[in-house]
Design a protein around this ligand. Structure first.
Ligand code: GUN
Length: 376
């Protein structure tokens, strides 16, 4: 994987870059739609490409390990062939899902024993087997196995957990070197900064992660309930330390405003379930704020979903029709809303890139943040 930094914004730490892997080019800043179980929920791969056009999507080790399981993915020839997606894929390591989804998890130095949220069966993730599982899944970018601390988190726990994440990182790197690639294309490995909301821990962790010398770096443990200002403070501390010439990925973030603010702090890559999950609940993101399409207010509003017309659904369907689909709980409503939201998120990061390249990112960002901080 290579990363070319094209332009840095003169008035912020925003950057525009270009990541190249064996599955193609990723222009940064980028938003990666979440496709947890090898599907971006409700969107055909054909529509995903034609309408939303992401350079990269995300999958989850935790889910794919449980279902369809790695033997199926191996027999298919890897996740790209299995799901018919020939562009980039990133897999998260399970270092988040194991804490947020499974019951009865036990975290020890060796790894995490957890109970499946599907059938209650017991499994263990270690830094070693998570590297092997991610080799079998076959994403282009694979993540270190870490512990994502909750918010709030007391200092002593955060410190102990951060050191364990660092030791786990060393074990990931050692094991990865011994685990051959399975499908003939390369996999880039990203370590993850932790340290909760403590500045000194974040600094220490960012230094440790930077020293690992990976091709890209991630920031974890944020957007877990802390106020946005606290998140921005931590991002700022970390991006000041992580190497300039490597991509930086802020995991699980966030709202359109969070994304723009973090781009301004030097983040290049984002993922979040928000545009897809909230779409399924009838929440639409637009350049002028968010909409709850289920509200009575839209009952007789026959105007297009979004005048901007980023994707076909925005102009082919009205707000009243989409509201109706939600009120009768039709599948198509969720699909339309998902395509709209992902189209909007992709538009937002592409506009951000354009403005970074044009040199007026900060002015544009401040205007957009003000404009989007609104409920329609
Ligand atoms: N997704 C969101 N936050 C995190 C994190 O801290 N670690 C991992 N592995 N995934 C995440």
């Amino acid at each position: 994987m290579t990363f070319d930094l094209k332009v840095t914004d003169p008035n912020s730490k925003a950057r525009a870059g270009k990541l190249t892997t064996d599955h193609g080019v990723i222009e940064t800043p980028i938003f990666m739609p979440v496709g947890t179980v090898a599907t971006v929920k409700g969107v055909h791969q054909r529509d995903l490409k034609a309408e939303i056009n992401p350079d990269i999507i995300l999958g989850n080790t935790y889910h794919l390990y449980l279902r369809p399981q790695t033997d199926v993915l191996e027999k298919a020839g890897g996740i790209h062939k299995f799901m018919n997606w020939d562009r980039n894929i990133l897999t998260d390591s399970g270092g988040y899902q194991v804490y947020s989804l499974s019951a009865n998890r036990k975290i020890k130095e060796e790894g995490v024993k957890f109970k499946s949220h599907i059938d209650g069966s017991y499994h263990t993730f270690t830094p070693e087997n998570v590297m092997e599982i991610q080799r079998s899944i076959g994403a282009d970018i694979i993540m270190a196995f870490d512990e994502c601390t909750p918010y709030p988190c007391d200092y002593r726990y955060a410190k102990r957990s951060m050191h364990m994440t660092h030791r786990w990182l060393d074990r990931c790197i050692n094991h990865l070197e011994k685990t051959p690639l399975k499908y003939g294309y390369d996999q880039a490995f990203f370590p993850i900064v932790q340290g909760s909301t403590y500045k000194d821990l974040r600094q220490q962790s960012a230094e440790y992660i930077a020293n690992a010398g990976a091709v890209g770096n991630a920031i974890g443990g944020l957007s877990v309930g802390e106020p946005a200002e606290e998140m921005y403070g931590m991002t700022e501390v970390v991006t000041a330390i992580l190497p300039e010439d490597k991509p930086r990925y802020l995991m699980g973030v966030g709202t359109p405003i969070n994304i723009l603010e973090n781009i301004a702090l030097g983040v290049d890559m984002f993922d979040c379930v928000m545009p897809t999950r909230n779409a399924r609940n009838g929440m639409l993101f637009t350049a002028h704020g968010s909409i709850n399409i289920k509200n009575l207010k839209w009952r007789e509003d026959f105007s297009p979903i979004d005048e901007m017309g980023i994707t076909f659904v925005d102009t082919e369907y009205s707000k009243a029709y989409l509201r109706h689909l939600f009120s009768v709980n039709e599948l198509l409503g969720k699909q339309i809303a998902t395509i709209h939201n992902l189209g909007f998120y992709m538009w937002l990061v592409r506009e951000a890139r354009k403005h970074i390249l044009a040199g007026d990112f900060t002015t544009w960002k401040n205007k957009m943040v003000k404009q989007m901080d609104n409920r329609l």
